[in-house]
Design a protein around this ligand. Structure first.
Ligand code: PEP
Ligand code: MN
Length: 365
């Protein structure tokens, strides 16, 4: 897949690329006042605003549509910022191109739908306009990659992925679950593809945005898309998560960026990978403990039938000696294994005692 580096389509780019602007384009005045403040923040290079809004329920504000596109053009003309908006179908693409929007993005609900993504890809053929592909709302890396591939096959090389978290039915701290291992795996599969984090849609609440920005930087992501509004509380969509341009400036100052060659640069990603390995080993340990317990139960039943006590000291001493010897051979601390096997053994005895009591009750009936 051919991917043009961010620095080739954003002049004088400094890491991280900052994309900011309101969730929705509400009015010309709101757009321009927000943009005038944002352009004062050196790192902000792209102004975002939703022109068409995919809302969960009908009756919410669904965007101003075409009427708002000249506002975006005005922002560009007055501030020099690049502009961007979401497109969800061929007609959106056509209009965004007509009004000279610089960068398009595909929203999370659209990325989940290959028909819509293909329709957009077909409408984009021959343009090579930059396109950022948000992850689909469901945690499906293949679907995310598929949407990126559809853009690529339409001849788009100025590509980026946006990580905005995944929809979840569980009650969690965030509006959308970040599941960081998914963008990390995307990076491993497509090392050239820039990844931008959208902490606003992950967080859902403005007080969580800063910590997510830091996390994204620690994972070496290339940029941040942060929703900002001149008066967030009064925003027509996503009021709880938008921040003022002033707050954004402070947040960006507070970020600690690891330099390109610091050994910590990929620390979090590596940690995440190793923890994944630990999770897999632990699953195996628990499965083995379950297999062990199944055998213990079989023995329990045989002991009950033969009127033998659950605890047999000789067997226990032998077992402990053998396990400690195995541990020693592998370079593990023998005391650690001894303590562990005391727990394992006590639980086995408890289980067998239980089986025997049940057995006796049945016999007495
Ligand atoms: C947005 O960026 O305003 C938006 C609708 O985001 P998402 O597609 O991530 O929900
Ligand atoms: Mn939004």
């Amino acid at each position: 897949m051919q991917i043009t580096a961010l620095s080739k389509w954003i002049p004088n780019l400094k890491r991280p690329l900052i994309i900011s602007g309101p969730c929705s384009a509400e009015s010309e005045e709101q757009m321009l006042t927000t943009a005038r403040e944002l352009v004062q923040i050196e790192d902000v290079r792209i102004f975002r605003a939703g022109i068409w809004k995919p809302r969960t329920r009908p009756g919410s504000f669904e965007g101003n549509g075409e009427k708002a596109l000249p506002w975006l053009e005005k922002v560009k003309k007055e501030t020099g910022l690049l502009t961007s908006c979401e497109v969800a179908n061929a007609q959106h693409v056509e209009l965004a191109l007509k009004y000279n929007v610089d960068v398009l993005w595909i929203g999370a609900r659209t990325s989940a739908n290959p028909f819509a993504v293909q329709e957009i890809a077909d409408a984009l053929k021959g343009t090579n306009i930059p396109v950022m592909v948000k992850n689909p709302i469901n945690a499906d890396l293949a679907l995310w990659i598929g949407a990126i591939e559809r853009m690529s096959q339409a001849g788009i090389t100025k590509l980026a992925a946006i990580h905005r978290g995944f929809s979840t039915y569980e009650k969690i701290k965030y509006r959308n679950n970040p599941i960081w291992k998914i963008p990390i795996e995307l990076k491993q599969r497509m090392p050239e593809l820039p990844i931008i984090c959208d902490p606003s849609h992950i967080a859902g609440r403005r007080n969580l945005v800063a910590e997510l920005c830091q996390k994204a930087m620690d994972l070496d992501m290339d940029g941040l898309m942060i929703e900002s509004h001149i008066n967030p509380k009064e925003a027509w969509s996503d009021a709880a998560q938008q921040v003022t341009p002033e707050y954004l400036a402070g947040l960006l100052k507070g970020l600690s960026l690891r330099s390109e060659f610091s050994p910590n640069r990929t620390f979090d990603a590596e940690l995440e990978e190793l923890r994944g390995q630990i999770d897999r080993v632990d699953t195996e340990i628990i499965e083995s403990l379950k297999s062990r317990m199944d055998i213990v139960e079989k023995i329990g039943l045989k002991k009950a039938l033969n009127k033998v006590t659950p605890l047999q000291m000789k067997r226990m001493d032998e077992l402990m000696d053998k396990r400690q010897a195995s541990a020693e051979a592998l370079g593990l601390d023998t005391n650690y294994i001894k303590e562990l096997y005391k727990l394992v053994h006590v639980e086995s005895i408890r289980k067998q005692t239980h089986i025997m009591n049940d057995f006796k009750e049945q016999e007495d009936k």
